[in-house]
Structure formats: C-alpha cells, structure tokens
Design a protein around this ligand. Structure first.
Ligand code: PGA
Length: 249
C-alpha cells in the first residue's frame, strides 16, 4: 500500500531555493529504497517549471500546483488554468486549502469546479477539507467534513472518484497558530471518511502541524494513507526525515 508524503511550500522559496531543494531531494532519494513511499512536492507557481525540469531526471516525485482555475483559458487576470500548470509540469492540483477558503473566497462550489477541471485534464485533484475550531468545539467535525467532501465531489462517477485524493486538515491544527491534533481527536473523523471513501479514492491524507515527533503516530491511524505537510517539510532535512519515518526507517 502506498504511503503518501507530500509538502506544499505555500508562498515560500525563490527559484534558486526551489532548485536547491529539488536537487537535494533527488540526491536524498537516491540513497534510499523506493519502498512504498510516494513523495509529492507542491512549489509556488513561479517554481513549478524549474522544479519539474530537475525532478524529471528521476520520476519518483510527483509535482503539484497549489491552485488552478476551473476554466481552461480566458479573461481571468491573475489566475492559472489546469492546462497551464500541467504544461509547467504539474501532475497534481491542490484544491480548497483552508487558507484559500479563508482569504480568497473559495467555497465548496469553486472546489467542485476545480476538481472537475483537474480530472478533465487527467491531473490528480488533492482536495483539502477541514473544520474550524467552533465546529469542533460543538462536536460537529465529522458532519462538517463529510459535507464539504460531498459537495466538492458531487457528480463524480466511481472511475473519477478513484483518481481523487483527500487531505483532512482541521483548521485549528494548521500553521504556526495551530495546535497539533492528537490521535484520539482524529480517529473518529478518519473512521467516518474511511467508511465513506475507503477503497474508492486514490488516497486519504492527514495534514496540520505534522512534525517529526508525531508523524509515526499519525500514520498509524486507521484510514490514514499519508501526510500532507507544511512547515516541517519546508526544510529538506525535515522532509527526508518524514519520508524515512513513513518508510519505517
Ligand atoms: P503545517 O501546514 O504543516 O505547517 O501545519 C499544513 C498545511 O497547511 O497543509
């Protein structure tokens, strides 16, 4: 069974830093067995093409984009389409991260359109879902995330669903103001997601304050197929260490 370990760099890294990371990643992977781990890296859009060129030498690392529009082209100033990010070398599109929902007005409906566009062009949609603190405190986490996923995946057939990845990232656990979720807190939501999507999608990931200290425990939760990581993996050493943890080394 594949264990996914991916990172989005968010709005970080220059071109030179991105190239260094990609080269270092290939060098680090060259000394490791392929095993079951599938690494993926999601740089800022400015660096996708440069990173793609380097990663192409190996082919083991999947490359993604942090966002893409649902239309293929047109008068959408500031946006990038799925064909454009694919042209730059992306094979995956991150969709509906909570930061995009909070600051850029993304909704379940825009997520649905982006998932459909990504599938139409044969890229992998990585749909992010997660509840805010208030919903968690009221005991509504599971209903909230099931609803978010259902809305964004509405209308897909089983063959399309099989190409979708979902990252459950509770908003209260993300970023420097987040608090790491405990295994106890995650068991129920993953049981519910597993019941709905287990065996039907390409992978179900956990994200939010993943660190070197909690990665193994998080990977041990039933229905967790991998980790989606921010801060800990922005540093290449941290990312390689997470890959080792996922490989059981
Ligand atoms: P973090 O970010 O690992 O820095 O908490 C996770 C995410 O936003 O996907």
């Amino acid at each position: 069974m594949t264990v996914w370990v991916g990172t989005s760099w968010k709005m970080n890294k220059s071109l030179a830093e991105s190239r260094d990371y990609a080269r270092g990643l290939l060098a680090g992977l060259a000394t490791r067995e392929a095993g079951m781990v599938q690494p993926f890296v999601i740089p800022p859009a400015t660096a996708i093409a440069a990173v793609a060129e380097i990663l192409a030498e190996d082919g083991r690392v999947l490359l993604g984009a942090q966002n893409a529009h649902w239309e293929d082209s047109g008068a959408w100033t500031g946006e990038l389409s799925v064909p454009q990010v694919a042209d730059a070398g992306a094979r995956m599109v991150e969709i509906g991260h909570s930061e995009r929902r909070e600051h850029f007005g993304e909704t379940d409906e825009t997520a649905r359109r982006k998932v459909a566009a990504t599938l139409r062009h044969d890229l992998i949609p990585l749909l992010c879902i997660g509840e805010p603190t208030g919903v968690k405190d009221a005991g509504g986490s599971t209903d909230f995330i099931l609803e978010q996923a259902a809305r964004a995946l509405d209308g897909l057939g089983e063959e399309q669903l099989a190409r979708v990845m979902i990252a459950y990232e509770p908003i209260w656990a993300i970023g420097e103001h987040g608090r790491p979720a405990t295994v106890d807190e995650l068991e129920k939501p993953f049981a519910a997601l597993g019941q709905e999507y287990g065996g039907r999608i390409a992978g179900l990931l956990y994200g939010g304050s993943v660190g070197l200290d909690n990665a193994a425990a998080l990977l041990g939760i039933q229905h967790v197929d991998g980790l989606f990581v921010g801060r800990t993996a922005w540093d290449l050493k941290g990312y390689l260490r997470l890959i080792d943890i996922a490989a059981g080394r």
